[in-house]
Structure formats: C-alpha cells, structure tokens
Design a protein around this ligand. Structure first.
Ligand SMILES: [Zn+2]
Length: 389
C-alpha cells in the first residue's frame, strides 16, 4: 500500500494546521513540531509505503515510529483524504483522458481500499438493461454512456415519429419511420465504440418475459422507461423483485416528475406501495387521505397525455442515471429506493421526498410478512402514463 494524498490543501495557524479537502469539511490538527505538515507533504509527493515514510523521518533526524505513521495514515483515510497509489495507474493514458471528469468525481469517494480507477472499472464491467428508448431513456442512455457503463442492452419496439422531437434527442429528422432501438444502439456505438451494446426490437408484455430477460442477460441494474401497457410497471416490479435485480424508474404526473427505485430485499417494492395505497380508498373513515386516494384513482383511470417537455425529460433522465450510478458503484447508497423523489415543475423544480413506501405484509411480490406496514399512497402516480413515444 502506497498512500497518496488527494487534492488536499492546508494552512498553518500557529501550532495548528487547518486541513481542507471537501469545502464542507475541514480539520484542525495540532502540529506544534511540524511533523504532521511534513507527513502531509510526503503523502502529497506519494511513492512511499508507510515503512518508507518512517525512513525519511529517520534520515531527517526526527524519527517517528512506524506504528504512529500507520495510525496517522489510517486517520487520514478515515476522513477520505487518501488513495492507494498501487490502485492507480491501471488505466492507460487514453482511458484516463476519456474518463477525466469521472475520475475527478470519484476521487471524492475514493479511499485506500478503493481508488477512483476502481470505481471506473466497476462501471466498465457493468451491464444495464434499458427498457425503452423513448422519452425517459433517450435522456438516460447518453448519461450511462458518458459514465462509461461497459455494456448496455436496449429494448424498444417503436418507430421514430415527428412528435418525439420535443424531448428525444438521440434521433434525427431523417430517422422518422425507422426503428428506435436500432438507432439508439447506433448512437451508443458512435459515441463510444468500447461500449458493448445490443438492441432488442421488442416490448415488455409480461412479468415472465421480464424474468426471462433477466435470466438470459443477467444485468446489474434495470433502467425502466416503458409506460405502456399500463401493467408494465407491475411486470418490471415482479420480474426484478423475483430475480433480485434492482431497477430504477422515472415518470411524470401532470406537473410533477418522479424518480424511484426498488432494491429487492432492502427497500419496499412498488407492489408494497400499491397494496398500502389501495387501503385508504376502501376505508371511508380515512377522511382526507381517502379523498386524496379517490382523486388519484379517478385521474389514473382516465386517458392521460404525458406532459414531459424536453427539460423535464432531461432532468428526470439525469436523476435516473444518477440512481443507476449509485447501484452500480455504491459511491453512496441508492437515494430513491422505495422512496420517490418528486420534482415540482410548477414550482421552480422544487424537490421533495415524502415518507418511504413501507414493506406491506401481504405484498404479492415480496411475499414477506413484515411487521410495521401501514397504508401509504400508491406510487401509481409515478407511472409515466400517456404517450411515451
Ligand atoms: Zn413488496
């Protein structure tokens, strides 16, 4: 292990050092004899193991025990200040150039145990099944490609239409009439030939089909962006939960956008939310909650037009891609698992998160009798609904 300091800065203040990496955090370290500052300088230079750091201190006539240096390195690492040089340098120069911004982002989450290049390699080894290449996912796919996800399987059965051009920028005017999924795959190949991409010219027609796809393709995550038929979210939920594959979904409900995900075995699934959400409707004494449920039910049953304009689809697509990134790299835990994020497009894109869905004891997908479940709003509202092409 060869610890190297990240982009850390420090300033002496009397006998203390003020050390800053992320602007939100800083540390004050007692350093009356400048040992800590010397150690920081040596770590910034890099290229030395802990034993070799001890040698340098000894050569300079200020010996520091190896155990003390090891403890200091451990402390710095616990504050996210270090990477292991031996876990860097495996990407070649063109790769470091290609992933320059990704690597800069991942540095913030790297440690001695996991370097920024490890994060990138995880993405290179990842496989995402993208259901739909329409309104939502034509805005998700470019982000997945930019992140460097190594393998994408794209599924769609629609053709490009003039109305798609409000928010589907993978396609061009002369593509009208052509199969979307083939064009989306071609876009991916043109963007980054290193990405393996497969196009499936098909729709989703049952939970069993989703399960078969997952068995055959074994993706790490499913990015779900198909809105029709209305049962499609149930099928994706059932297929993914039964196979233990996480999925991410985004959608639009009049003037609100939603993004949520399901982490099987960890979060409540969509069916949990539906089971809970059905209850207030059947309970007149539930009062305002019942009213609200009835209003949602009334609206959900009517034909709807998806009102997602380009910036809406772009924002939702970006948030979805970010959630996929969380599942793939775990740079932080999934943020919307069983707990939709809601963006209010009629209020400055204000973002909020309501209470999480709770695991329902009688959930048909999870099938686990868990205590503490209570009625909750149905996530039906998250369904994209309406037109998606
Ligand atoms: Zn469930």
């Amino acid at each position: 292990m060869t610890p190297r300091l990240k982009g850390v800065v420090w300033q002496r203040d009397g006998e203390q050092l003020r050390v800053v990496y992320d602007i939100r955090d800083y540390f004050l370290l007692a350093d009356p004899d400048r040992t800590v500052e010397t150690l920081l300088e040596l770590l910034r230079e890099g290229g030395r193991t802990v034993a070799e750091l001890a040698d340098v201190f000894a050569e300079r006539g200020v010996p520091v025990p190896v155990d003390d240096l090891a403890a200091a390195v451990e402390l710095f690492d616990s504050h996210g200040l270090l990477e292991d040089e031996q876990r860097l340098g495996r990407l070649d120069q063109p790769e470091r150039e290609r992933f320059f911004s990704n690597l800069a982002f991942f540095e913030s989450f790297a440690s001695l145990a996991r370097s920024r290049e490890d994060f990138q390699q995880t993405l290179r080894d990842a496989h995402v099944l993208v259901l739909g290449t329409g309104g939502l996912n034509s805005n998700t796919i470019p982000h997945l490609c930019g992140l460097g996800v190594g393998r994408l399987t794209l599924l769609d059965r629609d053709t490009v239409e003039l109305r798609n051009f409000a928010r589907q920028y993978l396609y061009r005017h002369h593509d009208i009439g052509a199969r979307k999924v083939l064009l989306a795959a071609e876009w991916v190949r043109g963007f980054d030939p290193a990405i393996k991409v497969e196009a499936l010219d098909a729709g989703v027609d049952s939970a069993a089909q989703v399960g078969e796809l997952l068995d055959r393709l074994a993706p790490d995550v499913v990015m779900s962006g198909i809105d029709s038929p209305p049962e499609v979210d149930d099928w994706v939920d059932a297929g993914c939960v039964s196979r233990g594959v996480p999925y991410v979904r985004g959608g639009m409900w009049v003037t609100q956008g939603l993004v949520w995900s399901v982490e099987p075995g960890v979060s409540a699934c969509r069916a949990c939310g539906r089971t809970g959400g059905d209850r207030p409707d059947a309970t007149p004494e539930a009062g305002p909650v019942a009213n609200e449920g009835a209003v949602f039910a009334l609206y959900a049953d009517k034909p709807r037009t998806n009102r997602g304009i380009g910036p809406v689809a772009g924002l939702l697509g970006a948030l979805c891609a970010f959630e996929v990134l969380r599942y793939l790299t775990r740079f932080e835990p999934p943020a919307y698992a069983g707990r939709p994020i809601i963006i209010d497009f009629a209020n400055g894109c204000a973002i909020r998160q309501d209470d999480p869905w709770l695991p329902a004891p009688d959930c048909p997908q999870c099938g686990v009798d868990r205590p503490g479940a209570r009625p909750d709003r149905t996530p039906d509202q998250a369904s994209g609904g309406g037109e998606t092409r």
